[in-house]
Design a protein around this ligand. Structure first.
Ligand SMILES: [Fe+2]
Length: 236
C-alpha cells in the first residue's frame, strides 16, 4: 500500500508547532518560577527545557520539509503561544495550574505516546527525532512533578484547593484528545504511515489509559491530590 503522504505531512507540521508552543510555554513558566522564588535547580531545568523544545520543533520542521512540506508550520496567532491557564489571576495560581496541566498531566501522558511512535518507525529522520522526543518528554514530566512538590512545600493547603477545582477538567480534556475514538472514525494511519512515526487512534487510546493508571494517578496519590476521585467521578 502506498503511504498517505498528506497525513504524514500534516502530522509533522502539527508537531513542529506543538513543540514550538511548548518552548513558548516553558519560557513563560521559567519566568514565573524566577518571580516566585522557586529553587535554582528547577529554574535551570526550565531553561534547559526551553532549549529542548526549540530543538524538537526544529527537528520536526526538518522532517516536514525533507518530506516535501512547503508551508510555514509556525504560522499561528500570537495568543496561542501564551500559557492559557487563569489569565489575570495571581502568578502562583497560574503556575500551579499550568504545572499540573502541561507538565504533570500532558507530559506524563505524552512520554509513552512518543515511545509507541518509536516502535514502528523505520525512516531514519523520524526515528532520530522520536527517540529524542521520547527521552526528553520523560524528563519534562519529572520536572513538572518536582515543581509541583516545591509548590506544595510553599502552600500545601492552597495547592490542594486549586487541584480540587482544576484536575477534573484537565483529565477530561486529555481523555477527549487521546482516549476516545470518534464515532465512524476511519483510521488513516496504517503500517506505511507507521514507518514515518505515526500511530493510530487505537494506540493513542491504549497508551492513554495505561499511563493514566500507571503514571498520572499514582503520582497524584503520592501528593495526596484528588486525581483518583476526579477520575472515577468523571462524566463520560
Ligand atoms: Fe517537546
Amino acid at each position: 500500500m502506498a503511504v498517505n503522504m498528506e497525513v504524514v505531512l500534516a502530522e509533522w507540521k502539527a508537531r513542529t508547532l506543538a513543540e514550538y508552543r511548548s518552548a513558548s510555554i516553558a519560557a513563560e513558566f521559567q519566568m514565573w518560577l524566577i518571580r516566585l522564588g522557586f529553587s535554582v535547580d528547577v529554574i535551570q531545568k526550565a531553561h534547559e527545557i526551553v532549549g529542548h523544545e526549540l530543538a524538537h520543533s526544529d527537528l520536526c520542521w526538518e522532517i516536514y520539509a525533507s518530506l516535501g512540506g512547503e508551508e510555514d508550520p509556525l504560522d499561528c496567532t500570537e495568543g496561542s503561544l501564551a500559557i492559557p491557564n487563569a489569565f489575570g489571576e495571581p502568578t502562583f495560581d497560574r503556575l500551579v495550574l499550568a504545572c499540573m496541566d502541561h507538565y504533570c498531566v500532558a507530559e506524563t501522558l505524552a512520554g509513552p505516546l512518543f515511545e509507541a511512535m518509536t516502535e514502528k518507525v523505520t525512516k531514519a529522520g523520524p526515528k532520530k527525532a522520536l527517540d529524542r522526543l521520547a527521552a526528553d518528554t520523560k524528563a519534562h514530566a519529572a520536572f513538572g512533578w518536582a515543581v509541583l512538590d516545591e509548590a506544595i512545600e510553599q502552600d500545601d493547603a492552597y495547592v490542594l484547593e486549586i487541584a480540587k477545582t482544576a484536575i477534573p477538567g484537565f483529565l477530561s480534556r486529555v481523555e477527549e484528545a487521546w482516549g476516545v475514538i470518534p464515532d465512524g472514525w476511519k483510521e488513516p494511519v496504517g503500517p506505511e504511515e507507521g514507518k514515518y512515526g505515526l500511530i493510530p487512534r487505537a494506540v493513542y487510546k491504549r497508551c492513554f489509559y495505561q499511563s493514566i493508571a500507571a503514571g498520572v494517578l499514582p503520582e497524584l496519590d503520592a501528593r495526596n491530590l484528588p486525581g483518583r476521585s476526579a477520575w472515577s467521578n468523571r462524566k463520560r
